[in-house]
Design a binder for this molecule. Sequence first.
Ligand code: UDP
Length: 219
Amino acid sequence: TCKVFGVFGASGFGREVMPVARGMDDLEGFDFVFVDDNPPAAEINGYKVLTYQEFVDVNADVKSIIVAIADAGIRRNIEARCANDDIKLCTVVSEKSLKMDQVKIGDGAVICPFVTLTSNIKIGKSFHANIYSYVAHDCVIGDYVTFAPAVKCNGNVKIENNAYIGTGAIIKQGKPGKPLIIGEGAVVGMGAVVTKNVPAGAVVVGNPAKPLGHKRLGG
Ligand code: UDP
């Protein structure tokens, strides 16, 4: 049988996800290609780069995909297109990541090298955890959440759909039954230290993290 695995997105993150996918036991026997709507080159790092239509037209018994693009909205759109064409959405988990007890992860996730997911964690669809990030006990993570590298997400934190957490951000632990909440679509800047709830849609930066553009009264 002919099995083809597409890494959708042939840019920076795609080139990082490709070797992780190729190293997975579950994907043994697959041929690997990049898929991109705007191919930067015909071949990258020894892999063919196909347009989406070319990928759809490939004659294979099994066709699977992972979307390696950080933008949550783009991820959603591409996954919808693939579902429409009966292309199976996979999960890519690095052999060099660590999952402890009772960790649930939805389809479409990318768990990069040196990510640690400790115990009793629930993660929705298409989570991206970039290198060296961790998620600690009792966290609940929604759909299309994105972690840049080295995000430190401590225990009892709830992160709602489409939130983006920048490189090196630190999220303070919540309490059992009273999680620290990062609201839907919020953006946490690089290096931010989040000590309290972040409202939906807010952009917070700094230590302690505060909404960007916040004006001091009387200032
Ligand atoms: N891309 C695509 N379809 C889309 C949007 C983006 O194929 O609808 C591709 C785009 O051509 C580029 C890659 O995805 O090659 C996104 O790269 P970018 O550097 O913006 O994102 P990153 O790799 O940092 O997630």
